[in-house]
Design a binder for this molecule. Structure first.
Ligand SMILES: O=C(O)c1ccccc1NCC(=O)[C@H](O)[C@H](O)COP(=O)(O)O
Length: 296
């Protein structure tokens, strides 16, 4: 398993255990059920594509394990190196999720993706809430989900779609005995729950073995992540190599490493019309303007 995924999931399991103590499952369930209705994530993608446009899932990500701080200025930090989850004590100014979301919406995004993981991406549930309140777009909660609790938590914070990363389920020895232990059974369980709460599911793969499992889920959204989690290298042929094995009725989402109009054209030449982009937008003065420059 990649060291970084192992590290992130180890922290995540501790965070979920702590969350269950401070807010019991019954409370988070009630919050999920009382949340505003979910927006139609898959419908927003279909609608762009039907109109002949690319469907862009525009990401709001303050920092990443591979690159450290992507947007904003550090006002204080325990360390100057904010990569690999080394973010404790860092304070940032000049990062405004509502402003970014509004800009994405007015420049043609189909959906948003908001990182909510704190330690490794400097994200938060509040960022998701602020971004969603600033526009009408459906929002993916970008985090590392393993547990039913996190599905309820996602809906409670307003998410319209959750992410299931196949390698996380395949490789991580999750200790909670009440959850199904088989990776596919566990993903099925979380997918069913997400659908019952009105949310869509983006299932993410890196290779053919993971894809085989992903295709057994009901969701139409198949994300292919071009980032190798061992080396952090992004290679767009990760997407291209898997295309042949994906039935036409599925929606392929190419994720990570999209930087130029040539990258976009390459994907479109292979009928891939749905893109998840973070870093390129986050480094731009105005992320929405950069979205329009790259895609329209
Ligand atoms: O971005 C990282 O460094 C990273 C490291 C470990 C696990 C996941 C990671 N990123 C999550 C993502 O999938 C990306 O944020 C998303 O695909 C957008 O990628 P990019 O356009 O390259 O920022």
């Amino acid at each position: 398993m990649s060291d970084i995924l192992n590290k992130i999931l180890t922290v995540k399991v501790q965070e979920v255990a702590a969350a269950k103590v401070s807010k019991p499952l019954s409370v988070i369930q009630a919050e999920a059920e009382a949340a505003n209705p979910a927006r139609d994530f898959v419908g927003a993608i279909h609608s762009k594509i039907k109109q002949g446009f690319p469907a862009v899932i525009a990401e709001i990500k303050q920092a990443s394990p591979s690159k450290g701080l992507l947007r904003g200025r550090v006002t204080s930090a325990a360390s100057s190196d904010l990569t690999m989850g080394n973010t404790q004590g860092a304070e940032i100014e000049g990062f405004d999720p509502a402003e970014i979301a509004a800009s994405y919406a007015s420049h043609g995004a189909a959906c948003l993706s908001v990182l909510t993981d704190k330690q490794f991406f400097m994200g938060s549930a509040d960022y998701l809430k602020q971004a969603r309140a600033a526009c009408e777009l459906p929002v993916l909660r970008k985090d590392f989900l393993l547990d039913d609790y996190q599905v309820f938590e996602s809906r409670a914070m307003g998410a319209d779609c959750i992410l299931l990363i196949v390698s996380a389920f395949q490789l991580f020895p999750y200790p909670d005995e009440e959850q199904a232990s088989d990776p596919l059974a566990r993903m099925h369980q979380l997918e069913l729950l997400a659908h019952s709460l009105g949310m869509a599911v983006l299932v993410e793969v890196h290779d053919a073995d993971e894809l085989e499992l992903a295709l057994q889920l009901a969701t139409p959204l198949i994300g292919i992540n071009n980032r190798n989690l061992r080396t952090f290298e992004t290679r767009l042929d990760t997407t291209l190599k898997l295309l042949e094995q994906i039935p036409e009725e599925k929606i392929v989402v190419t994720e990570s490493g999209i930087k130029t109009r040539d990258d976009v054209a390459l994907m479109q030449a292979h009928q891939v019309n749905t893109f998840l982009v973070g870093e390129t937008f986050m480094r731009a003065d105005d992320p929405g303007v950069e979205l329009e420059r790259l895609f329209f």
